[in-house]
Design a protein around this ligand. Structure first.
Ligand code: SAH
Length: 273
């Protein structure tokens, strides 16, 4: 191997869970990697299937509010340090690399350290969830578009924006919002949303533990507001969600335990193969 340092960093999207959803290009890059710096929402199956035994795997799992999270600066520093020591560094992120992924911070760190990089997209959670639940996101006569949102903090959506969202004819998708659902649904209803509007909560989409829960706004707030969802889950809201019963093709898993477990070991480990 000719070692031209600094190495290159490949931002690679791992897809939502099913290892078969990894892009062919991503798989080739992973197989050739010297180091893989992996997010929490990357399944062990992907590491086991595509990463060589001699590759260094560094889990840098981030989970909302968890004390196990590595601060972003520390992650940036690890990426830069690894690129100075190794030729091919993969920054492996769950789903796609550019959606709710903190990639901006990492790109800035690389640009200021003069380290070259490449971006390889992945299948984002909502694409995986929609396909594996049989929900056509922009079905003709049901929706004219999709809005990808998050609501993990109150400030993320202004009051005016709620008014606008409540009148939606589009499909609304919420990432990182499982715990905030009672809040989201109340806000939408207060802002005048249609009480019979359906929505799906897709838990652990595309993994063997996938489970889809269907509600209407009104039903949820009256009877289900205490429902708990296994992380990761996302919400697909709007008339297209009503197509789920008709086109679902995967039965719900009875196993609602967490599919994404912390990647083995603390700190660095050699991938088991
Ligand atoms: N970059 C990722 C998103 C990271 S934010 C992507 O493009 O998919 C993390 C959020 O993504 C989770 O809180 C959840 O809302 C969603 N998510 C990721 N994987 C998921 C999965 N397998 N099933 C359901 N939601 C998922």
């Amino acid at each position: 191997m000719s070692l031209v340092l600094p190495g290159k960093v490949f931002f690679v999207g791992a897809g939502p869970g099913d290892p078969g959803l990894l892009a062919v290009k991503a798989a080739k890059i992973l197989q050739a990697a010297d180091v893989v710096i992996a997010d929490r929402l990357v399944g062990m199956d992907i590491i086991a299937e595509y990463v060589n035994a001699q590759t260094l795997v560094i889990p840098v799992g981030k989970q909302g509010g968890s004390s196990a999270s590595k601060p972003q600066e520390e992650i940036n520093a690890i990426i830069v340090k690894m690129a100075k020591r190794h030729a091919k560094v993969v920054r492996l992120k769950g789903g796609d690399i550019t959606i709710f992924s903190n990639i901006l911070d990492e790109l800035e760190a690389l640009v200021s350290a003069n380290i070259p990089y490449e971006l390889v997209p992945g299948i984002t959670a909502v694409s995986g969830a929609a396909a594996y639940a049989g929900i056509p996101l922009t079905a003709r006569n049901h929706s004219t578009g999709v809005r990808i949102l998050t609501y993990y903090q109150t400030a993320a959506i202004s009051n005016e924006a709620w008014q606008e969202l409540a009148r939606f004819v589009d499909t609304l998708v919420f990432y990182m919002s499982g715990n905030a659902l009672p809040n989201i649904v109340s806000k939408l209803l207060q802002a005048g949303a249609e009480p019979t509007m359906p929505f799906a909560v897709v838990e652990q989409a595309t993994t063997p533990h996938q489970h889809v829960h269907m509600f209407t706004l009104e039903e949820f707030i009256l009877r289900q507001r205490d429902a708990e969802f296994t992380s990761p889950s996302l919400v697909i809201m709007g008339r297209v969600a009503g197509l789920y019963p008709q086109f679902a093709w995967l039965p719900n898993s009875a196993d609602r335990s967490a599919y994404f477990t912390p990647l083995q070991g603390q700190g660095q480990f050699l991938a088991a193969k």
